[in-house]
Design a protein around this ligand. Structure first.
Ligand code: AMP
Length: 399
């Protein structure tokens, strides 16, 4: 268990300069730069408000996009304004994240003030996890808090290096991610069902292997199933396949099949089309063993939806990562949407990790009925793979 800000005493926070790594990497309109979804800012509010109430001097640090050097469009000015509106108080936005001017501004802060530093990735030293750069960031503060789950799988200066200089704790957002996903992996309510979809086997091998050890039911769907099916000698037509991973897929398949306590659910019927980019191309549903040679699988069919729904209905815990079809196209989104609704209707602890599955839950209007939607796509995948996330591993352990 990692220490969180609630484990720090009032004396440890009152009047202290607290550097909080937040994830304000929000989606923005390409033309105007306006924030199109402020969820990531809202999710950081509990930690920020708690520190304000405790009388800390709150210094926020985040990245935005992938700048190379100072990039005007990627300044955090608008994010500072939005944060000020949400907090109902002034947020001082600085034009740099280290250096004399920043130090001067921070030295003038009062208890309860909030300062937002400039995009930390304007310095290439950030992603390089440069020790000197991390020391300069650390010099701005007495206490370090990491609340950016979305970048916790990256060892960058503001996510990992700084905690080598000043001991760190997690904020409420990371604490919640660790509690809910951690419990699902270590002590799940049974039966435990994992649903893994998405395009590529290669990116999901580790998560399949790790979850297969823990779950009672493993559902594999989405584009990646075709690499598995082809490795078994099935006709998959023009469906997505990762030729380089056929041998590995064959091995994993054999391992999964040999696990006596694992129930494996794979599609029994598929929605297929002859041309995914042509809206007039024929679409039909076929048994998974009869995909026509000139068509490709783009969604799970009704029988498969039913199989998955039945598994979810009786589950104690469900973890879902990756869409079950090309859900960006409404014609092929039914399987993914139905599974999102099934999770929402289930009494199980339901966890969605991964941007696409989270977007599907939003789109189908059931996001608020899911126990936990992880705020980190890559980070939640690595967590479910059982990997240690550097931005969390470096934080102090609870005694
Ligand atoms: P991932 O990032 O690996 O979770 O993959 C997400 C992508 O998988 C989405 O963009 C989906 O369109 C895609 N996907 C899901 N099912 C299929 C399929 N049957 N064929 C091709 N792509 C798919």
């Amino acid at each position: 268990m990692k220490k969180s800000i609630s484990d720090l005493s009032t004396e440890q926070l009152k009047g202290k300069r607290v550097l909080v790594r937040v994830d304000f990497n929000v989606p923005r309109d390409k033309k105007t730069g306006e924030i199109t979804d402020d969820r990531r800012i809202k999710e950081a509010l509990p930690t920020i408000k708690y520190l304000i109430d405790k009388g800390s001097k709150v210094i926020l640090v985040s990245h935005l996009g992938r700048p190379s050097g100072v990039t005007e469009e990627l300044r955090l000015t608008k994010i500072g304004e939005r944060l000020g509106e949400l907090l109902g108080k002034k947020v001082l936005k600085l034009d740099d994240c280290i250096g004399e001017e920043v130090e001067n501004a921070i030295s003038k802060m009062n208890s309860g003030d909030v300062t937002l530093l400039e995009n930390v990735r304007f310095y290439q030293e950030e992603e390089a996890n440069d020790e000197n750069f991390a020391k300069k960031l650390a010099a701005l503060a007495d206490v370090y808090v990491n609340d950016a789950f979305g970048t916790a799988h990256r060892a960058h200066a503001s996510t990992e290096g700084v905690a080598r200089v000043i001991p760190g704790v997690c904020g409420f957002l990371i604490q919640k991610e660790l509690e809910i996903m951690g419990k699902a992996l270590s002590d799940p309510k049974k039966p435990f069902v994992a649903i893994i979809g998405g395009a590529k086997v290669s990116s999901k091998i580790s998560v399949i292997k790790n979850l297969a050890q823990k779950v009672d039911v493993l559902v594999i769907g989405g584009g990646m199933i075709y690499t598995f099916l082809k490795s078994q000698g099935y006709e998959i037509g023009k469906s997505l396949v990762e030729a380089k991973f056929l041998d590995q897929a064959k091995l994993i398949w054999a391992e999964l099949k040999a696990m006596p306590n694992l129930k494996l659910i794979v599609p029994v019927d598929d929605v297929v089309t002859s041309d995914i980019s042509n809206p007039d191309a024929p679409v039909k549903t076929v048994p998974s063993s009869q995909i026509p040679a000139d068509m490709m699988g783009v969604d799970i069919g009704p029988e498969t939806i039913k199989l998955i729904k039945d598994a979810v209905k009786d589950a104690g815990t469900v973890v879902w990562n990756g869409p079950l079809g090309v859900f960006e196209n409404p014609k092929f989104s039914k399987g993914t949407m139905e599974i999102a609704k099934a999770l929402a209707a289930s009494k199980a602890v339901t966890i969605i990790g991964g941007g696409d599955s989270a977007a599907a839950a939003e789109k189908s209007g059931v996001a608020d009925k899911i126990t936990h939607i992880s705020t980190g796509g890559g980070a939640s995948l690595e967590f479910l793979e059982g990997k240690s996330l550097p931005g969390i591993a470096i934080l102090q352990d609870k005694k």
